[in-house]
Design a protein around this ligand. Structure first.
Ligand code: AMP
Length: 547
């Protein structure tokens, strides 16, 4: 017997319909590519999303055609989020920080029909357009006044001109909820990037989940500024969550430096932000240098890589900003876990509470987790044993677009994340490494993340990365690569002294190398593959830190 409830499909356009109906005058603020501030409401977003859908329809597209974007977090990008997916097309957000060749490869693989881009990326588009075989039109996301008088880009259209000419009435199609809605490619540090094709259903379920109090706790009382780009896993789902809750939304455009962000936080009374740790390094440095405080921002989501405990403490203790440590991946829409305390933790002292908050957190309802050993045996949730982290759930990838890379799932249907983690009896998961970054020394694992966090708790260290180097006796030993804060110096000996007593002796890095910069990938994560190449011929000093 079936239940007797309505089968209303979960569709992305329902979010913007809800926002327009219930929060018509709530503001959406954008800092555009020229630094100008634009301000409108959910009612305007709704109208322009419909115009966007009509404009695209006039270009003769078929259902499920891919519309690519190379764009910052802006109102126009948001209109494409709703106008493209809402009308049954697929929004394909591309990370502009990827190598141009990789971008061209991705557009060909996705068979994108249209590419919408911000003015910032005009030179990039001019360079790659001859290699993008399937794109029929390029749309510059600007107004007529900012269109270039001459450009090498073929079939170049102006976004605002298209929108102005389009009707603001559009009948959103009643799609099957498993219809594809958006496409994101993994950052692909090895091999070709792989496309993750989200459905309307997976997106809506993920949106519900991220708004819950123990997840990101988003409501109509919030003003969110997503620093995480709309080209990185749909800005972690925040644009959809904004429409679901009707919160005020602030979109920072390309200005992601500490000063520009801080100004927007204060001017727009932002309550919640989200981004990767490297972005917050810049913001915290600016705030500290200028002796500023946050007057309204009381929560920030940090994810994408492990939040260094020193950063978490600075936010929480020095600035009164609650850190929500979250973990996920492109293949997971992205959210898998978030770290909030339980009722029983209220009695704990602050230090102990903060130590829990440094973990990646508990599974969001909808995501199942398990850890297994090298033989695939499930490990206990004791907070001690670390194993390969595997997940299951309705917003987790089943298959990559065009089956790139073969079936990603294990025979019993679990998805191997490539992360190594512990899970404690309360369900708190803690990543100890990426499986390919783990340092295997004398048959035991050393966590590169623990060593990096410890190094970054030293006041003179801006960023640290730990990689394995081959060792004749122990197989691999840790090499610590350190970037110092500007104007500060710390010696190897001082840094090692800082490690003393805080980790097992055999975890001590065998050497420390100081560098001017640490390479970051397209999503702001440390590029360990690059570092491993850079230090491929590195010989550990025989005398240094002999065990
Ligand atoms: P991406 O698909 O580019 O978002 O990368 C996903 C990977 O980023 C995960 O598999 C983790 O290795 C890493 N990651 C994401 N969030 C965290 C976090 N909070 N702590 C540690 N690693 C993280």
């Amino acid at each position: 017997m079936y239940g007797l409830m309505m089968d209303t499909p979960l569709l992305i356009w329902s979010l913007i319909e809800h926002a327009k109906q219930n929060h018509p005058d709530t503001q959406i603020v954008t800092r555009g590519t020229e630094g100008e501030i634009r301000r409108y409401t959910y009612s305007d977003l709704h109208r322009r999303s419909m115009q966007c859908a009509n404009a695209l329809r006039s270009l003769g597209l078929q259902p499920s055609d891919r519309i690519a974007t190379l764009a910052w977090n802006t109102d126009r990008h948001l209109e494409l989020y709703f106008g493209v997916s809402g009308s049954g097309l697929i929004l394909h957000t591309i990370n502009p920080r990827l190598h141009p060749e990789q971008i061209a490869w991705i557009t060909n693989h996705a068979e994108d029909q249209i590419l919408c881009f911000d003015l910032t990326f005009l030179p990039l588009i001019e360079a790659i357009a001859p290699h993008c075989k399937t794109i029929k039109h390029y749309i510059l996301m600007t107004d007529a006044a900012h269109m270039p008088s001459a450009s090498k880009v073929p079939n170049l259209l102006c976004y605002e001109t298209l929108i102005q000419a389009a009707s603001d009435q559009f009948d959103w199609p009643i799609l099957e909820e498993r219809t594809a809605a958006t496409l994101c490619y993994t950052s692909g540090t090895t091999g070709n990037p792989k496309g993750v094709l989200y459905s309307h259903r997976s997106t809506l379920l993920h949106t519900y989940a991220i708004c819950m109090p123990d997840t990101l706790n988003i409501s109509a009382r919030d003003c969110i500024l997503p620093v995480v780009p709309m080209f990185h896993v749909n800005a972690w789902g925040l644009p959809y969550a904004a429409a679901l809750t009707g919160c005020k939304l602030v979109l920072p455009g390309p200005g992601l430096d500490g000063k520009s962000l801080y100004e927007l936080f204060e001017q727009e009374q932002v309550t919640l932000s989200a981004g990767v740790p490297t972005v917050w390094l810049g913001l915290l440095a600016y705030v500290k240098q200028n002796q500023l405080k946050f007057s309204t921002m009381h929560r920030t989501v940090i994810g994408g890589s492990s939040v260094p405990p020193a950063m978490l403490k600075t936010f929480e203790i020095d600035y009164g900003v609650q850190v929500l440590h979250a973990w996920g991946m492109t293949e997971m829409s992205p959210l898998g876990t978030s770290c909030t305390l339980k009722h029983k933790h209220a009695a704990l002292d602050r230090e102990t509470q903060l130590a829990i908050k440094c973990k990646q957190g508990r599974a969001v309802y909808g995501v199942q987790m398990r850890i297994v050993d090298d033989e695939g045996q499930t490990l206990p949730w004791d907070g001690q044993r670390s194993g390969h982290l595997q997940v299951k759930g309705p917003w987790i990838v089943r298959e990559y677009f065009k089956e790139e890379g073969g079936n990603p799932l294990l025979p019993d249907g679990w998805f191997p994340t490539g992360d190594v983690a512990t899970i404690d009896a309360d369900g708190y998961m803690q990543i100890t490494d990426r499986s390919k970054d783990v340092i295997k020394s004398g048959g035991e694992w050393i966590s590169s993340i623990d060593l990096e966090n410890l190094a970054m708790s030293h006041p003179s260290v801006q960023m640290a990365a730990c990689i394995a180097v081959p060792h004749p006796k122990w197989d691999e030993r840790p090499l610590l690569i350190v970037m110092q804060r500007s104007g500060e110096t710390v010696s190897k000996e001082q840094l090692l002294a800082h490690f003393q007593g805080k980790i097992a002796k055999w975890w001590m890095p065998d050497d420390i190398v100081f560098v001017d910069t640490i390479p970051l990938g397209a999503t702001g994560k440390i590029l360990k593959t690059k570092l491993r190449e850079q230090f491929a011929d590195y010989k550990l000093p025989e005398t240094f830190n002999a065990r």
